[in-house]
Write a protein that binds this ligand. Structure first.
Ligand code: FE
Ligand code: FE
Ligand code: ZN
Length: 299
């Protein structure tokens, strides 16, 4: 079964219910959101009434909780111990994020593993491991998904070895997994034309069952560019057919696929139209015009 959706907003006044409604408006049966602004750690209290309404609506629209993903803010850096106060804050924040997810009923949190920022790489990886071991509790019904990174700056988790290094050393193994990101894989040097070879290697080293989410993005930059700039589906260097092959790869069947592609003119969400293309398995060469017309026409 194809579970496809996008990153959606999460607003103070509508919370999970608003995120769900946005996702449904794109024709999604999966979605991902930040519990506040992605670039900061200010978070509002969760309104249980809105959560209950969201749960009822999810049931009615056949959206499974396993296909609802939270993305931790990308400024949380569990790898950085150069400032102990910040390191402790990162852990504290992530713990609160886990608690928020438990309150919302969300089972998966995507996390950028971190950046080494001048520290020794292995030392930095060990900081991530220690952080995760401090945060996670046996009773948590949650999984933190380490995202495969592009290798921009000093990012960690940029290949199977680094992810395996972390996963092998987290004590509560059932609470950690992986989120693939197609743009990041491309930019890190994985040619997605040979996606099955990558999956073979992943399976041999980590186990394919650890993959619980896939971020589907095209890339503005070539293979191995270490840039991390997302492009609309079929409008980047990876290309439509290759992305379709990733999305429909039977080894990742039932794993939620989440679009994080850029808005058109920074204004119009592309997701309804990209999801349509993906469901039809047919590239729309008028995508940009169609999106612009749809949202402008509605104004
Ligand atoms: Fe991410
Ligand atoms: Fe991503
Ligand atoms: Zn990215």
């Amino acid at each position: 079964m194809l579970y496809i959706g996008s990153h959606v907003s999460y607003k103070k006044d509508t919370q999970l219910k608003g995120s769900l409604e946005e996702a449904l408006s794109y024709g999604s049966n999966a979605f991902m959101f930040y519990t506040g602004a992605p670039q900061n750690t200010m978070r509002d209290e969760i309104n249980d009434l809105l959560t209950v309404e969201a749960m009822n609506k999810m049931k009615m629209s056949n959206i499974l909780l396993e296909n609802v993903i939270v993305h931790a803010p990308y400024i949380v850096n569990l790898a950085n111990k150069t400032d102990v106060t910040k390191y402790e804050f990162a852990q504290q924040f992530l713990r609160q994020e886990v608690d928020r997810c438990l309150t919302l009923g969300v089972k998966y949190i995507v996390l950028h593993p971190g950046s080494s920022v001048g520290q020794d790489r292995t030392y930095a990886l060990n900081n991530i491991i220690d952080g995760l071991n401090n945060i996670l509790l046996k009773e948590d019904n949650i999984m933190i998904l380490l995202e495969t990174m592009a290798g921009k700056g000093t990012e960690l988790g940029i290949n199977i070895d680094e992810l395996k290094y972390i996963l092998d050393r987290v004590e509560l193994k059932d609470k950690v997994g992986v989120c693939l990101d197609t743009c990041h894989l491309n930019d890190s040097g994985i040619d997605l034309v040979n996606f099955d070879e990558y999956l073979d290697e992943f399976d041999k080293n980590i186990g394919i069952g650890k993959i619980k989410c896939v971020h589907v993005n095209d890339s503005m930059n070539p293979l191995s560019s270490h840039k991390d700039r997302h492009a609309n589906i079929g409008y980047g260097t990876i290309g439509f057919d290759t992305l379709i092959n990733v999305i429909y790869n039977e080894r990742l069947d039932n794993i939620p696929k989440i679009l994080e592609t850029p808005y058109i003119d920074k204004e119009y969400p592309p997701y309804k139209f990209e999801i349509e293309m993906i469901r039809n398995k047919k590239f729309n060469e008028n995508l940009i015009e169609d999106i612009t017309n749809f949202y402008k026409g509605g104004e």
